[in-house]
Design a binder for this molecule. Sequence first.
Ligand SMILES: CC(C)(COP(=O)(O)OP(=O)(O)OC[C@H]1O[C@@H](n2cnc3c(N)ncnc32)[C@H](O)[C@@H]1OP(=O)(O)O)[C@@H](O)C(=O)NCCC(=O)NCCS
Length: 189
Amino acid sequence: METSTVATTIPPIPHLIGERISLRAYRDDDADALFALYGDPDVTRYWSHEPWTDRQQVIAHFKRLRRERETSEFYPWAIASNTNDGLIGTVALYELDRTHQRGMIGYSLSPSAQGHGYAHEALRLMIGHAWNGLDLQRLEADTDPENIPSRRLLEKLGFLLEGTMRKRWFVHDTWHDTSWYGLLREDFR
Ligand SMILES: CC(C)(COP(=O)(O)OP(=O)(O)OC[C@H]1O[C@@H](n2cnc3c(N)ncnc32)[C@H](O)[C@@H]1OP(=O)(O)O)[C@@H](O)C(=O)NCCC(=O)NCCS
């Protein structure tokens, strides 16, 4: 009887270049900027974990991403300024389901980079890749109902609020609901 082996190859993280920012893979020299970002209580106020307090958490994070990408497909990107290629934020496309052609997104910007439309530009690049590079049909985002900048960003991109999940996260010693958003390929504007 013949047997066949299906090789599973995880595609590399593409470099997506926009007008003012690009999405690129993390580099080791992003560690300080990433630690500052995820260590900032304003950035992590609506996040699923407490702010980082120890630089080792960045190193552990990079190791975990590398290890997990050996066996599962997800895309953790740095948002990098086109001025100096330094990390100003993050975008991720994860929980990819190729059968049902959908994935989840997450994003953050350092406070000094907020208010300029960089997250909007970054998500447009990512969404373009989700449709055209990965052939997805649907993207999902899970955000705190009180996270107004995040909700505004999603709604500007055409995401629709599909429901509220009560007490979905326990973080910062309290329960948080989730506003669940979805974007269909045909909704994107
Ligand atoms: C969510 C988050 C990324 C949004 O950042 P942001 O800078 O407000 O989002 P954008 O990049 O889309 O910028 C939009 C703002 O820039 C302004 N802007 C300026 N120039 C612009 C341009 N050329 N294009 C678009 N917007 C522009 C817009 O008017 C808008 O300001 P407003 O909200 O006062 O109307 C940011 O609040 C954040 O990092 N929060 C912490 C992490 C977090 O909670 N992530 C979500 C978890 S689910």
